[in-house]
Design a protein. Structure first.
Length: 243
């Protein structure tokens, strides 16, 4: 191999590496840097309310969302009691569709069910400020041949099939969730319900085509209401089961 060829090869490889950094790595590095700036500020801002409730940044978190009420609740584990305490209830500013599960790609529905979010689902580079993917379709959805993808909780105030929280509120939510993952929580749960599943509201829904599905969801809802610990959820014979 001649010296001239080696020089040419080196230049080509160096150019290729530079292009890779500019096209692929640089945007991600920028997103991570922006995420760090946001979460660092939010951790300082959240310190007071956490201390008032005897909670800590980095403790495990749990999220519930209610479509009819357009509310998202964020719970933080109380390390003294082992229970999950409600930190804040956030308004959902945009969510398309109607009551009932998501069935197919493009139907505009927000899913209903039990989902979980790992580190890989966190999206600091989201076009909607910050976001995380809820993990739809889960094993229950797949067992019922439901389709769809990229269902997020995100910033902004517009959404089709996702939950939009505004940029300001997603910064708080994202910060608490990322801190929990950084603190050792392997994933956090997000449970999405059509409405608050009280006995009276369930009676009103008795004639719905989704009633049997909602009764299955209510079992998980009731377990958390009683224990204040998110239940472990599995799917057996095409139904949710709880432990």
């Amino acid at each position: 191999m001649s010296r001239g060829f080696k020089v040419t090869l080196f230049i080509v490889l160096a150019f290729g590496a530079a292009v890779f950094v500019i096209v692929f790595a640089r945007p991600r590095i920028g997103a991570w840097y922006r995420e760090h700036q946001i979460t660092s500020k939010q951790e300082v801002d959240l310190k007071t309310i956490l201390e008032e409730k005897k909670l800590k940044i980095g403790s495990p978190v749990f999220i519930r969302a209610f479509k009819e009420e357009r509310e998202l609740e964020l719970f933080v584990k109380n390390e003294s009691t082992g229970k999950y305490d409600l930190l804040r209830t956030y308004p959902i500013v945009a969510a398309s569709g109607e009551l009932g599960p998501k069935l197919a790609e493009g139907d505009g529905q927000v899913p209903e069910g039990f989902y979980f979010v790992s580190q890989q689902a966190m999206k600091p580079d989201s076009a909607y400020h910050l976001a995380f993917n809820i993990g739809y379709p889960n094993s229950y959805d797949l067992a019922h041949q439901r389709t769809g993808s990229f269902i997020m909780v995100h910033g902004s105030n517009v959404s089709i099939g996702c939950l939009a929280m505004t940029d300001a509120k997603i910064e708080e939510i994202y910060t608490l969730c990322q801190a929990a993952l950084d603190g050792g929580q392997s994933f956090f749960r997000i449970h999405i319900f059509p409405f608050r599943m009280t006995e009276s509201r369930m009676r009103q829904a008795a004639s719905s085509e989704h009633y049997d599905f909602w009764k299955n969801l209510k079992t998980g809802y009731d377990l958390f209401e009683k224990m204040r610990i998110p239940p472990d959820v599995k799917v057996k014979e095409r139904e949710y089961v709880f432990e």
